[in-house]
Design a protein around this ligand. Structure first.
Ligand SMILES: N=CN[C@@H](CCC(=O)O)C(=O)O
Ligand SMILES: [Zn+2]
Length: 405
C-alpha cells in the first residue's frame, strides 16, 4: 500500500539527474496522476503552477527509479560451495562442464514449489527495492522443462503483484542443456522453439526471450532458431553473448533487432558496429566480471565511439553475481570498467529502460511515469562513489510514495 497517495504532489529544491544528465540548478517537480506533470528551476517556480499540490519532499537528489534490466532473481538454493571451488582454482566453465554451475541451480529450482520460490526470491527483490529499484527484469532459466520454466515466470509475475515494482519477464529456456538432453542439444532447442516459447507467449508470461550464446551454452545457429521462434510469437529478443569467448552472438542478436546484448566482455568492433546499426543496447554486468575475477574488459571505448547505449545491471544470480545492490554495480562499473558516474547512472536508468524496450521509463521528463527515488546525498555522482545502504529517503512508484523514512 502507498504510504502517501494524493493526486498532486510537489518536490522542492531537488538536484535532478534526469536519466541522462544532471540538471544544473535546483528544481521543483510536480507529479499528478502517476506522471511527471511539471519540472521547473526552483528559481522561476510560480506557485500558480501547482495549486492544491501537497509538498512531498524538499532537498536531496531526485533520480528516476533505478531500472535493473538483467536479473536471475528467482531460484532455489545457493552456490557458495562453487564460490569456494573457484577460489581454489576451478573455473566457471570447468564447474559447468562437470554438471555444476547453472545445472546445480536447476536441480534445486525444479523441485521447489511456486510458494517456495516466492519465499526464496522476495528478500532478494526487497534488497533491490531498498536500493532504489522501480523496474526489474527477471529471467527464467533454472527450470529447463516447459513446466518449470513457466513456473519460474509465474513466480516472477507474482513478485510484481506482491511489491510495488514493475517486473519485466524474460524466458531463458536456452540457458544450459538439461542432463536429459545430453548429446541432443538440437532436440532441446526444438523443445524451446516449439513448446516453451509458444506456451509462454500464449499465457502472457514472457515479455522477451533470451539465450546463452556460448561454448557452454548454445551455438549461434541454435540461438538463431530461437530468435526466429521468438519473433514468430511477437516476443522481444535479448542475448547473453561474448561473456567467455567471441562467437558473434551480439551481432547475431543485433541482426534480429535485439533489445540488448549482455555481458559482452569479448565483443569485437564488428559486433559493436552491428549493435550500433540495430540500436541494440550493451548491458554491462560488472558484478559477474568481479565475482568471476574476469580480466577481459568489455570494449567500453568502442561502444562510446559508436554511440551504443550502455546499460548497467546487477545480473543478480546464484552463480556469477550473488549481489542484490544496484548502486554497488554503479560503483563497480566506474572502478572496473571506467565508466563515468554519469554513464553508470544513465546505465541504471534511461539506458536500462531502453534495454527492456520501455524507453518512457528511467527518465525525469514531463509526461513520463513518475517512478522516482529521492536520495539523502548532495550530488548524483555520490551514488556511484560511495557504497552505502540507507541513503534512499523516498521511493516513488507510479506517482505514489511507497517507501519513506
Ligand atoms: N552466463 C550465464 N548466465 C548467468 C549466470 C547464471 C549462473 O551461473 O547461474 C549470468 O548472467 O552470468
Ligand atoms: Zn544473466
Amino acid at each position: 500500500m502507498p504510504i502517501q497517495s494524493t493526486s498532486k504532489q510537489l518536490w522542492r529544491d531537488v538536484q535532478v539527474f534526469d536519466g541522462l544528465v544532471q540538471l544544473d540548478e535546483a528544481m521543483t517537480v510536480l507529479i499528478e496522476g502517476g506522471r511527471i506533470a511539471g519540472l521547473w528551476p526552483s528559481r522561476t517556480f510560480d506557485e500558480a503552477h501547482a495549486q492544491g499540490a501537497v509538498e512531498a519532499g524538499c532537498g536531496g537528489v531526485l533520480t528516476p527509479g533505478l531500472v535493473d534490466c538483467h536479473t536471475h532473481l528467482v531460484y532455489a538454493g545457493n552456490r557458495a560451495g562453487e564460490f569456494e571451488q573457484r577460489l581454489e582454482g576451478a573455473s566457471y566453465e570447468e564447474i559447468a562442464r562437470a554438471g555444476g554451475g547453472i545445472l546445480s541451480s536447476v536441480r534445486a529450482t525444479r523441485v521447489a514449489s511456486e510458494d517456495e520460490l516466492i519465499a526464496a526470491s522476495l528478500p532478494r527483490l526487497d534488497a533491490l527495492l531498498a536500493d532504489g529499484v522501480t523496474t526489474v527484469e527477471i529471467k527464467s532459466g533454472y527450470g529447463l522443462t516447459v513446466e518449470s520454466e513457466l513456473k519460474m515466470l509465474r513466480v516472477a509475475r507474482r513478485l510484481g503483484e506482491l511489491r510495488p515494482v514493475r517486473v519485466i519477464t524474460t524466458l531463458l529456456g536456452a540457458h544450459a542443456l538439461p542432463p536429459e538432453y545430453a548429446g541432443r542439444a538440437d532436440d532441446y532447442v526444438t523443445l524451446v522453439c516449439d513448446e516453451m516459447i509458444p506456451a509462454a507467449a500464449a499465457e502472457g508470461l514472457a515479455d522477451a526471450v533470451d539465450v546463452f550464446c556460448e561454448g557452454i551454452g548454445f551455438s549461434p545457429a541454435q540461438c538463431e532458431r530461437i530468435y526466429q521462434a521468438a519473433k514468430a510469437h511477437g516476443l522481444a529478443i535479448k542475448a547473453h553473448a561474448e561473456q567467455l569467448s567471441n562467437l558473434g552472438g551480439s551481432a547475431l542478436a543485433a541482426r534480429y533487432g535485439a533489445l540488448s546484448a549482455d555481458h559482452i566482455e569479448y565483443l569485437d568492433e564488428a559486433g559493436v558496429r552491428a549493435m550500433a546499426e540495430a540500436g541494440t543496447v550493451a548491458v554491462l554486468l560488472p558484478g559477474a566480471f568481479h565475482v568471476l575475477r574476469e580480466t577481459q574488459l568489455p570494449p567500453i571505448e568502442l561502444l562510446r565511439q559508436h554511440n551504443v547505449p550502455m546499460a548497467v545491471a546487477s545480473d543478480a544470480n546464484p552463480g556469477t553475481s550473488p549481489i542484490c545492490m544496484p548502486t554497488l554495480m554503479a560503483n563497480l562499473a566506474c572502478t572496473l570498467f571506467r565508466l563515468t558516474p554519469r554513464e553508470a547512472l544513465a546505465g541504471m536508468t534511461a539506458h536500462g529502460a531502453r534495454a527492456l524496450g520501455q524507453p518512457e521509463l528511467g527518465r525525469i521528463v514531463v509526461g513520463a511515469p513518475a517512478d522516482l527515488c529521492l536520495w539523502d546525498i548532495q550530488q548524483p555522482a555520490e551514488l556511484a562513489y560511495a557504497v552505502q545502504a540507507g541513503r534512499l529517503r523516498q521511493r516513488i512508484f507510479n506517482g505514489e510514495v511507497v517507501y519513506a523514512r
